[in-house]
Design a protein around this ligand. Structure first.
Ligand code: PAF
Length: 280
C-alpha cells in the first residue's frame, strides 16, 4: 500500500495510473476503521482497478469541539487493517495540508440541510461538503462509496455532485450491523459496558416502526416511536423522523411510490449515535 500525506504526491501518482487506464474507487473516511468501512472498501475494490482510501478527521465538520477532541484516532491500526484488504493507496493529510487558509466556502443545500442532522449540527454538512469536494478534486475517482448509516450525508453528497457537476458516481452501501443489530460506527468504541448493552434497543425500536407501518399513519406512528425512545431513561433522543428518501422532508401519509426512511439520533452514555431503517 502506498501512503501519501501531500496533495501533490497523491495527484501525481494517480494521474500516472489513470493514464494507464486504471479506474479509481474511493472511500473517504475519518479513520477508526470498522467492518462497515471495510465493506465499502471491499465493494470499491471489486468494482475498480485501484482502491484509494483517505483518512482525515475533518475539523470543520464538527460543531462541537469536545466531540472533535474525543473522536477516536489510531492511524497505525487503521493502516494494518487497510493492508489486510489490499488497499492500494492511503491518503492521510494533516489539517494544514487540507486547509492552509481559512475556509469560507458556503454551499446552499436548501431544505435538505435544515432537517435532522442539519438542524442539530449547524454547519456540519457544509463542512462535510467542503472536504468531500476537495477530496474528489484530489483523487478524481470514478466511483466514491458512502455508507447509508449517514443517510442524510449521502443525500447531501449526491446533491453536491449534481450541483457542482462533478464527474464521479456516488455509490450508497447498506448499513453493516453488529450481530445484536447495533449499526457499526467509529463512535461505538466509546460506549461503556452499560451503554453498549443498551445500544441494540435503537435498531429494535426502528424495526418496531417498520412493523407498525401497515397499522398506523406516518404522523401517529412517529409519535408512538418517539414515546418508545423517550421511555428509555438511558437514551436521550434528539430526533426521530419519517422522511422521503430524496429531500428528507417529513411525510404525513404513506405513498408506496415514494421511498421512505425512518431516521433517529440520540445520546447513549455520552455518545451520539444515529441509525435509520427503510420503511418503503
Ligand atoms: O462519513 C465520514 O466519515 C465523513 O463525514 C467523511 C465523508 C469522510 C467526510 O469527512
Amino acid at each position: 500500500m502506498k501512503v501519501f500525506n501531500t496533495i501533490s504526491d497523491t495527484k501525481q501518482f494517480l494521474s500516472e495510473e489513470k493514464l494507464k487506464g486504471k479506474k479509481v474507487g474511493f472511500v473517504p473516511t475519518m479513520g477508526a476503521l470498522h467492518k462497515g468501512h471495510l465493506e465499502l472498501m471491499r465493494q470499491a475494490k471489486e468494482e475498480n482497478d485501484l482502491l484509494v482510501v483517505s483518512i482525515f478527521v475533518n475539523p470543520i465538520q464538527f460543531n462541537n469541539q469536545e466531540d472533535l477532541k474525543k473522536y477516536p484516532r489510531d492511524l497505525e491500526k487503521d493502516k494494518s487493517l487497510l493492508e489486510t484488504i489490499a488497499c492500494d493507496i492511503l491518503f492521510a493529510p494533516a489539517v494544514e495540508e487540507m486547509y492552509p487558509e481559512p475556509v469560507n466556502k458556503k454551499y446552499g443545500f436548501g431544505p435538505l440541510e435544515e432537517v435532522m442532522e442539519g438542524a442539530f449540527r449547524p454547519g456540519h454538512f457544509n463542512g462535510v461538503a467542503v472536504v468531500v469536494h476537495k477530496l474528489f478534486n484530489i483523487v478524481e475517482p470514478d466511483k466514491a462509496y458512502f455508507g447509508e448509516k449517514d443517510f442524510q450525508q449521502l443525500a447531501i453528497i449526491k446533491k453536491l455532485v449534481e450541483m457542482e457537476n462533478l464527474p464521479v458516481e456516488v455509490v450508497g452501501c447498506p448499513i453493516v450491523r453488529e450481530s445484536d443489530g447495533l449499526a457499526m460506527s467509529s463512535r461505538n468504541v466509546r460506549l461503556n459496558t452499560e451503554a453498549r448493552k443498551e445500544a441494540p434497543f435503537i435498531y429494535k425500536t426502528l424495526q418496531e416502526a417498520k412493523r407498525r407501518r401497515d397499522h398506523l399513519c406516518a404522523g401517529p406512528l412517529r409519535q408512538m416511536i418517539i414515546n418508545l425512545f423517550e421511555a428509555n431513561e438511558q437514551f436521550k433522543l434528539e430526533y426521530f423522523d419519517i422522511v422521503d428518501d430524496k429531500e428528507l422532508q417529513p411525510i404525513q401519509h404513506w405513498n408506496n411510490n415514494k421511498g421512505t426512511v425512518a431516521c433517529v439520533a440520540g445520546w447513549l452514555g455520552g455518545v451520539r449515535l444515529i441509525d435509520n431503517i427503510r420503511i418503503i
